[in-house]
Write a protein that binds this ligand. Sequence first.
Ligand code: C2E
Ligand code: CA
Ligand code: CA
Length: 541
Amino acid sequence: MNSSANDFLHNNVRVLKSRVSKTAYQAVFIAMVAIIIATLAACYLSRGEISIDGIIHVQSTNYALWILDAVPFVFGIWGQYSSTVIAYEASAMVYDQTRELREKADVLEQEARHSATHDALTDLPNKALFYDRVSQSISAANRSEQPVSVLLIEIANYSDVNDTLGRNSSDSLLKQVAVRLQSAFTSPASIARIEGNIFSLLLSGKESRQMATHTARSIHNILEPIFFIDKVKLSAHANIGIVHFPEHGEEADTLVQRAGVALYMAQNSNQGYAVYDSSFDASSPRRLTLLSEVSQALDRNEMELYFQPKVNVRDGSVYGAEALVRWNHPRHGLLPPDEFIPMIERTRTIQTLSLWVLKQCFTQISEWRKQGLDLKLAINLSAKDLHNPELPDLIAGLRGSTGVNPSWIILEITESSIMTDPEMALEVVQRIHQMGFQFSIDDYGTGYSSLAYLKKMPLTELKIDRSFVTDILEDENDRVIVNATINLAQNLGLQVTAEGVETPEVMALLNQYGCDIAQGYLISKPLNLDDFHQWLESYKP
Ligand code: C2E
Ligand code: CA
Ligand code: CA
């Protein structure tokens, strides 16, 4: 026991003992009173009066009084003794419990500190701790003039594993990757997991710059052997972005952000890694920052739906509209979907955007129908949506909350989105179709889809891509393709929409070929909601 514990114990003993002693003194006092009363009573009984003589007499001759006289001493000694013992025992008990509580508090504190700085899944340092270590290494490097390198390692096929095998498997993959990295790179290299599928490695010391590219290659080697996850064999494909301090940045934030730019360049390199170069900035940061801004853009109401009218070719009457998303970006102005959709289609953010688009569209069409507008709304789905097994339930939920009749909606899918995983896509499409929703095959003619697969899809409409339609008058080939496609579709019982109709002549030819619906600048460009309403009011077939 250390000296502070000793002090603690002795103090407690003193306090407790003084309390227990007080009780012992009371007992002694009661015993004394009892002796006096007994002596007086004995004196009166033997002499018939109370006198000093009589008291001395009974005190010296009455054995019972002798015994009684001894009681205060016994109480006194016993009380002192037992009060000491009890005080020691009680204090030791309190001390033990206090120590136990202190130890428990220490453990909890340590655990809290650990979980604030470590990732729960892999137990590796988290983003906060990693930034901390990078900053520390930078300070140390400033003193010793030794370089520091940061590598960001992205497990590129993580979301595919997640989409096809589920969260448990993708989590297991990350755990196994973490174990391999950790066992390969021990201190002073520092491994962390800083985001879903992104690990990071910090190298410091004289050799770190030369080591970085070598390390990137080793990481590829380390991750090359197959992973076994629930008896399924999986491989992990990594992209690695590399930055060096001080030439690529002097602060942790800049370095990690630029490592992200290098990572982005690595995705398109053959080696699977790239060292940051300032020339990358021209092409990538805008796209990279856009990517990180999409989720906030939805919260901030920066996304807006535009509507492009679709009309019946035969009589020019309004058939409906296609919903096309736009981004009112605070710095870049109105961004067309081609500037951000292809980029976010590679990430799970597309699902957030698609859900937003679906919600807006369901609300809008039910609004129009309430106003008596007999429109049909076309909504674009992306490939990732067709690989999202939750999509049918999301749509079922939206239908329930908005009261939309599925026949008011037509969902546009592309050939390429079906072909990446036909089985999965077919299942998702069929479940949605069973609720009564219709499907359209978009950009028809640009993909390589087999008709066999298209026949399996429950399609209502085929949309001929505008690249064939716009030049139909000048290009003989396009004319043949469009004519043949219209015939083919009609034989399969599909309605045909031609996109990109820009002139009355094209419209006339399409009418001649028997095309059902037209969409294009001739009729109208995509319009925001107010303009679309005005167009509806002023439009005359
Ligand atoms: P898309 O589905 O093929 O949409 C038609 C595109 O053609 C639209 O471009 C439209 O403005 C344009 N267009 C229509 N008529 C004409 C015409 O006569 N001439 C010419 N030159 N172009 C015409 P936009 O709005 O820029 O959309 C581009 C693509 O972005 C869309 O192609 C679609 O693939 C995607 N997209 C748009 N909104 C969404 C969305 O909400 N979700 C998803 N997943 N994709 C979307
Ligand atoms: Ca479309
Ligand atoms: Ca299209």
